[in-house]
Design a protein. Structure first.
Length: 493
């Protein structure tokens, strides 16, 4: 039985093999016509791996623009290829495989199929990307907060801070080295209360132009800027000084330039400040005989919690104007002297017809001063009958004139003791002023004869207020006499 089976299988064997081959060929032909093998091209972006290898070499790399993508061919059945897209492949450039050549630097690119890898054939043509290598630089910068605009009227900037305040920048040395400052700006226009905002830090070069950050890596993208808004006011600068100029010279003025500054701080503190005072121990005019200037730092004289609105105003120039004074002697008739507080029942006799009064001042000011303008007044309050010496009081502008010697000698006589000698009158006032009472040998300039009551140099203590005022005013006859006296003075000079 077995022999018959073998005989049947081997009968016409050649024809049977030929038929088998033909059948297989036909099957393959049918299959290829229905799902043929074909190829397809894909373009994908290159993925970089092991970048830290470049950074560890203190280098910065950049892929050349035309090397960012790779194009490749894939062979496979059409039914399989039709299912695939660029996302089914990955192009990997391993930076650890960097090849440095004389004219260029390249990194091989490996194409990996993420689906149907066993049914695909990826073209083996060499693929690589070109890389630009530069020196790497990493540097930290302090971020400067910048307030733009002006707060509302009556307010000023207080504290301005940024958090965090440090930014690390890494990238090509030629770019990082251009960075001069990092600023974070915030708008404070018309603000009257504290504000806070998120701000993007901006890089500037030394020309204050913005630096392109495309090739740079920043440690921060956003920072917070906080601004305090405080009150402000403008106050004058008061200058004090110590010492005295050389004899015959006077400080005409002591003023700061600028004469006023604007300060800022909490409103309750500012309300108590009316001026900024430069202490007298800062500037000395001792022995000076000409004008001079001195720089003064105002910051050290500001109260706690107060600062200048403009830091440039911190240093001011104090100008001390010192000029030589002229001396003029004005001869004043005694009838021009007003008497205050003479007790009723007493009269006063001056020992001279005229009194010489020294006035120091600038020439222009002295030229404008007249005898009639002096209006001297003698205060005899508390004085008893007897001989006395007291200084006259003048109502002059102390900023223009310095009054020298004005002592005048006079005798107070009681009407009740009118017949007595002056030496027998009431005891002189024990509280006489420092300029003293003349000794007993000093001539009185008059005896006590009642007939002298109306003589020049004698004034009655019984006068009423209106009469006392008349002693301090000049009648028409007095004006004529003054003119005559002045004429005599000029002739004597």
């Amino acid at each position: 039985m077995l022999r018959n089976v073998v005989k049947i299988l081997t009968r016409n064997l050649g024809l049977k093999l030929l038929a088998f081959v033909f059948a297989v060929t036909m099957w393959m032909a049918v299959v290829n016509l229905d799902d043929p093998v074909t190829n397809k091209r894909f373009t994908i972006a290159v993925t970089i791996e092991n970048e830290d290898v470049i950074e560890e070499a203190n280098k910065y790399y950049e892929i050349e623009p035309d090397s960012n993508n790779v194009t490749f061919s894939v062979v496979g059945n059409r039914s399989v290829l039709d299912e695939l897209s660029s996302s089914d492949f990955k192009a990997v450039a391993d930076m650890s495989q960097l090849i440095q050549k004389e004219d260029e630097n390249v990194v091989p690119v490996e194409i990996i199929a993420l689906r149907h890898a066993s049914q695909l054939t990826i073209s083996k043509r060499t693929r690589e990307i070109k890389v630009i290598l530069e020196d790497l630089m990493r540097q930290a910068f302090v971020i400067m907060p910048i307030a733009q605009g002006e707060p509302a009227d009556g307010y000023a900037l207080g504290s301005v801070v940024v958090e965090p305040n440090r930014l690390w920048v890494s990238g090509p040395k030629e770019v990082v080295s251009q960075i001069d400052a990092v600023k974070a700006a915030i708008d404070v226009s018309n603000m009257s209360t504290d504000i806070s905002d998120s701000v993007v830090p901006v890089l500037y070069d030394e020309k204050d132009e913005i630096v392109d950050t495309t090739r740079l890596t920043l440690s921060l993208e956003i920072v917070t800027v906080k601004v305090g808004i405080v009150s402000q006011k403008t106050v004058p600068i008061k200058v004090n000084y110590s010492g005295k100029p050389e004899e015959g010279y006077e400080v005409i003025s002591a003023a700061a330039q600028p004469a006023e500054v604007t300060i800022k701080g909490k409103s309750d503190i500012l309300n108590a400040i009316s001026s900024i005072v430069i202490p007298e121990d800062v500037i000395s005019v001792e022995g000076a005989n000409e004008k001079f200037e001195q720089k003064v730092d105002l910051n050290q004289y500001l109260p706690s919690g107060v600062s200048l609105s403009k830091s440039v105003e911190g240093t001011v120039t104090v100008k001390i104007d010192i000029e030589q004074l002229e001396r003029r002697v004005f001869t004043v008739p005694i009838r021009n002297i007003g008497v205050d507080d003479l007790r009723e029942g007493y009269k006063i006799e001056f020992n001279e017809r005229n009194v010489d009064i020294e006035i120091y001042g600038l020439a222009d000011d002295l030229d404008s001063l007249t005898v009639n303008a002096l209006r001297p007044v003698l205060d005899v309050s508390g004085l008893a009958a007897g001989r006395h010496v007291r200084k006259l009081q003048l109502e002059l502008d102390s900023s223009k004139y310095i009054v020298g010697e004005t002592a005048v000698s006079f005798t107070i006589i009681s009407d009740e003791n009118n017949g007595d000698e002056p030496g027998e009158a009431d005891e002189p006032d024990a509280n006489a002023p420092d300029d003293g009472t003349p000794d007993e040998n000093e001539p009185s300039g008059s005896d006590n004869d009642p007939a002298q009551d109306d003589a020049p140099g004698q004034q009655d203590g019984g006068q009423d207020d209106d009469t006392a005022a008349d002693h301090r005013s000049q009648d028409g006859d007095g004006d004529a006499q003054d003119a005559e006296d002045q004429k005599e003075d000029l002739e004597e000079e």
